[in-house]
Design a protein around this ligand. Structure first.
Ligand code: FE2
Length: 262
């Protein structure tokens, strides 16, 4: 399994407070079967100021500590970039992508998605970047109308869902919205968005729930295969489910086969 979104670099944003807590969390991730983690610290001008050198030094320190403990978990650099009028210059200049890819994890105000969103993401798209919207299910406009996410996918934006949302950590409305996205094939990647404020559990619970509620193949795509495509900078298919209402379709096709073969 691969976690594409977490705040585990210590003392750099609102995530992990210190090195020891970070190492503890990474060891728990390794023990549970996470093989790669993108350590996506916030990039938000004026709020979190740190240099790329400082970030890389801390990442390497964590990787060494893991190695010394016999953990195989691989740490990949990455950022969660807050949309702003200078986003394209910042991403270009500071290389704020996921690993060596053209994928960029983006976020904006949770209640302001449709105000400025398309303008800035289109700048990124035109420059050849592949934006991934972080925790799409937590935006008020998406909660009101989840099918808005389908329009974003039509416009070449990838969708990441938080595992905590799927297990109810952000409340019932967010939980329901997250499942609507998954049920319809409107989510490409899973992330814990872990800030090291408690045990690392939601990722594993969510993957089990996806296996039971949808199927193993979807769990595999969302928890591993699509993230491997990010690592390799290959193109994730925007549409990987070609059925919009799985339950409706399934019951209809079943009766068709029953009709055909008795
Ligand atoms: Fe985050």
């Amino acid at each position: 399994m691969i976690d594409i979104h977490c705040h585990i670099i210590p003392a750099i944003d609102d995530g992990s407070k210190d090195l020891a807590s970070s190492i503890g969390q990474l060891l728990a991730m390794d023990a549970g079967g996470i093989t790669h983690a993108f350590l996506t610290s916030h990039y938000l001008k004026g709020h979190y100021e740190y240099s790329r050198e400082e970030y890389m030094k801390k990442l390497e320190e964590l990787q060494q500590a893991l190695k010394a403990k016999g953990a195989k978990l691989k740490l990949i650099p990455g950022f969660e970039v807050f949309l702003s009028p200078t986003i394209l210059e910042d991403v270009k200049e500071k290389n704020l992508t996921l690993g060596d890819s053209k994928y960029v994890l983006i976020e904006t105000e949770l209640n302001g998605l449709y105000h400025d969103f398309e303008h800035y993401t289109f700048d990124l798209l035109r420059a050849g970047y592949k934006p991934i919207l972080a925790h799409a299910e937590r935006y008020v406009s998406v909660m009101r109308k989840p099918s808005k996410v389908r329009d974003l996918i039509e416009r070449n934006v990838y969708i990441q869902v938080n595992t905590g949302s799927l297990v109810g950590q952000y409340g019932e409305k967010v939980r329901q919205t997250a499942w609507i996205l998954l049920d319809n094939g409107w989510a490409h990647l899973l992330g814990s968005d872990d800030h090291v404020r408690g045990p690392y559990t939601s990722y594993f619970e969510a993957v089990e729930k996806i296996k039971h509620r949808i199927d193993k193949r979807t769990a595999q795509l969302l928890s591993r295969e699509h993230a491997l495509m990010v690592l390799a900078d290959e193109e994730i298919p925007y549409k990987y489910v070609h059925v919009e209402r799985p339950h409706h379709h399934r019951s209809r096709s079943k009766s068709f086969w029953r009709w055909l073969f008795g």
